[in-house]
Every structure is written in C-alpha cells, then in structure tokens.
Write a protein that binds this ligand. Structure first.
Ligand code: CTP
Length: 400
C-alpha cells in the first residue's frame, strides 16, 4: 500500500529544546515515506541542531531568517506554507506555542504559522512543570479550539532530571499523526477523547497496596480504537503490564486521586470513556513499613472513599459531550448498570458480568450490554479489541 505521505510536502518548523535532535529522525522517516520536507529552524532551534544537518536530510534549502533578502527573492515566506500540505512544529517549545496562541509574528516560524491556511500539527516538548503550567494549559486550549492538532507529549524521564508529561512524542508517533492528517478526515478527526484504564493502587505503606485484577486491556483497546478513528486520545492509566497504543498521549498514575487530577488536567475533551477499575477506597498510608509485633493485634485499615472520577467528569463544568462508564457486576447486571448510569450522570454504561467463571476480568474477551438513554443493546461475546472497535464506531455515530 502506498503511504498517504508519498508525493506530499510538509513544512517542518523546528523550535528550541533538547528534543530538537529528534526532528532529524522525523525528517528521515518522512523522506523514506516519499514525503518532501521544507525545514524552518528558529533561532532557538539552531542552538540544538544545525541548518546543515537539516539541509542534508531534507535535501532542500533550510530557512532560518525572516528578513533574508536572498530567501525573499527566491521564495517569499508566505509561499513556503503555500507549497506545503501540512505545517508541523516539532519540537514545539512552550515559547512557540505561547506565540502561536497570542498570534505573534516575530520571526520566520511564527510569521508562517500566522499566515498559513494549511492544517497545523504541533508536537510539544518541554519541562513537565512548563507543560502543566496554567499558561501552557490555556495556550493549548486556545490552539485546540482553533483546530491545531497535537501529538504527545509523552510521559517519562526528562533531560532536566524530572519525570512527567513533556517529552517529545517519538518520531514514529509523529509520523503516524502526520499520516493520519494527510490521509483525510476520519469520523473522529478533531475530537479529543479521554480514556481511563487499568486498576489504581492505593498504598498501605511503602511496600503494600490495595489493588484489583484489572489488566487495562479493555481501556487500552478503546484508546487505540478511538485513535484509529482519528481522535486525539489522552490515556490515563493505572499500573498495567501492557504498553500504551501508538499515537496516544499516556498519563501514568498510581492512585485514584492522581487519576482524577490527570483527567481534569486533560480537559477539555469531547469524549470521556472511564474503563478504569478505580479502587473505591483508600487508606492513610503509613510512612514506614508496617511491622508485625509479636502478641500485638494486626493493624486495622481505616478506609476512606476515593473520589468518583466518572461522576466528577459527568458533572464537570467542562463536561465532555459524551461520557461513557463501565459497570462490572456479579449479579443483577442490567438493573445495577441502569441505576449506575443515572447515579453517576454519565450518558452510557458498558455493562459486563464479571461473575466467577466469566473469565472477563484480566481475560481477552468481553460480553457487554450497552445501556443508553434509549435502552439496552446486547452485544455478543467478542474479543476486547472488537468490543473496543464497536464502541468507538458507536461513539463516532454520535459525532457524525
Ligand atoms: N469509577 C470511577 N471512579 C471511581 C469508581 C468508579 O471513575 N472512584 C468508574 C469506573 O471507571 C466505571 C464506573 O465508574 O466506569 C463504575 O465503576 P464500578 O466500580 O463498577 O462502580 P461503583 O460506582 O464503584 O459501584 P459498586 O462498586 O457499588 O458496584
């Protein structure tokens, strides 16, 4: 199959940051797929990669200066984006995102971004606190509202020795996002979906925790299925042993409270699917390992209710248009699921029977009933990937 990138042209803006070196790998992947690349390097970007390396890989002139007379005589800066099918900013620093949100045109890159009528994809990369700062949140919300697409950032260890969201998405994931944008619109293109997945771990002491048997398979499969239909997906996952699907922004959490915080930070979203098996209770975690004292009574765990993430999202001021919850029940499945839908205030409940012998919790298959405002749809027993694809297709109908 020919790549949707063959014969296309990307205008790649490389802004400042240690991740700028990864732009070189992105150029290599784009060229390999048959895509032409015109590179624009900001002054800060040029501190991290050289115009010469970009020129060698793009096999084309690299643009760096807004007021270069020779560049202007060869090709005016507005033409640069006219010749492109897509404008990609990778890495996109906090600074360039702020300038984009404010509509500044202070150098060649920002002038092009203000002047272009082509779709724009940004791949943010910055320190975790800069990414989580209210100013960057507001800038990202503004850019999303203007239709700017986003890939990443990933979560992980950073060059600045901190950990969290802010790492540039890996070049193959940026390539996949570019392919998706150039392949034409899909049913959920331009929509942001938030998916929770996996269990939560509630610490008892530094070595013990309260948990459950959820594998995260169903939630992760839903994240992948929504991304395949074009949605930008934020996957908030508790501790699981499976990798995140390619092309989704992963937020790793441990506890229910962290999961809620990550979900609220990911808003606004058009769709929320709460597939996580959130621990209903937590206990006050001891700072030191609890020891057995001969003759003494075993410790008593005082349980406190955890926040209900599904209910909170359903009632949030920035409520996603469609909120979907799960109900795992061992008896009276449909009655409990119907009650849960009303109690939590969500739109749909995906109900499944996790009674002993069903093999669903932690297994590969699922047999679900979709409870909506119109009634109950019984689905056959399917692989978790198929349940996910079917649910994503049902969600796409709402946004058609
Ligand atoms: N859920 C949540 N936050 C919680 C508990 C549950 O977001 N603290 C979500 C789950 O992700 C799921 C739905 O709520 O989508 C139902 O979870 P479930 O544990 O089955 O229901 P509970 O509300 O905990 O009710 P019960 O345990 O009494 O069945």
């Amino acid at each position: 199959m020919t790549s949707p990138l063959a014969g296309k042209r990307v205008l790649l803006i490389v802004s400042g940051g240690i991740a700028a070196y990864k732009a070189l790998e992105l150029v290599r992947l784009l060229r390999k797929a048959g895509c032409g690349v015109t590179a624009v390097l900001t002054a800060a970007g040029a501190q991290f990669v050289t115009p010469l390396s970009l020129q060698a890989l793009t096999e084309a002139k690299v643009y760096t200066d807004l007021f270069s007379l020779t560049d202007e005589s060869e090709m005016g800066h507005i033409q640069l984006s006219r010749a492109a099918d897509l404008v990609v900013v990778a890495p996109a620093s906090a600074d360039i995102l702020a300038k984009m949100a404010a509509g500044l045109a202070s150098d060649l890159a920002t002038t092009l971004l203000l002047a272009t009528d082509k779709p724009v994809l940004v791949a943010p990369a910055m320190n975790v606190r800069m990414w989580l700062h209210a100013a960057t949140r507001a800038n990202m919300a503004m850019l999303a509202a203007r239709g700017v697409a986003v890939v990443g950032p990933d979560e992980g260890a950073m060059a600045c020795n901190e950990f969290g969201p802010g790492r540039l998405a890996e070049p193959p994931a940026i390539l996949a996002a570019i392919e998706a944008m150039l392949a034409g619109p899909r049913p959920l293109s331009g929509r942001h979906a938030l998916v929770t997945s996996g269990p939560t771990h509630e610490p008892i002491d530094p070595v013990r925790y309260i948990a459950n048997r959820s594998s995260g398979r169903q939630g992760h499969a839903i994240a992948a299925a929504l991304a395949a239909l074009g949605a930008r997906v934020t996957l908030v996952s508790g501790p699981v042993g499976i990798p995140a699907p390619a092309g989704v922004a992963l937020r790793k959490v441990e506890t229910a409270r962290e999961m809620l915080e990550a979900c609220l930070a990911a808003l606004p979203a058009d769709i929320a699917v709460c597939a996580a098996a959130v621990a209903d209770w937590r206990t006050e975690a001891a700072g030191l390992k609890l020891k057995k004292t001969p003759g003494a009574a075993p410790p008593v765990l005082n349980l406190t209710p955890n926040p209900d993430i599904l209910a909170t999202l359903s009632q949030a001021a920035a409520r996603p248009r469609l909120v979907v919850g799960f109900a795992a029940e061992t008896h009276d499945l449909l009655r409990h699921a119907g009650e849960k839908r009303l109690r939590k205030g969500c739109d749909w409940i995906v109900a499944n029977d996790v009674g002993e012998g069903s093999g669903i919790m932690g297994g590969l298959e699922n047999e679900v009933h979709l409870v909506t405002e119109h009634g109950v749809e019984d689905w056959p027993r399917l692989g978790k990937d198929e349940v996910a694809a079917r649910l994503a297709a049902r969600i796409a109908q709402v946004f058609a």
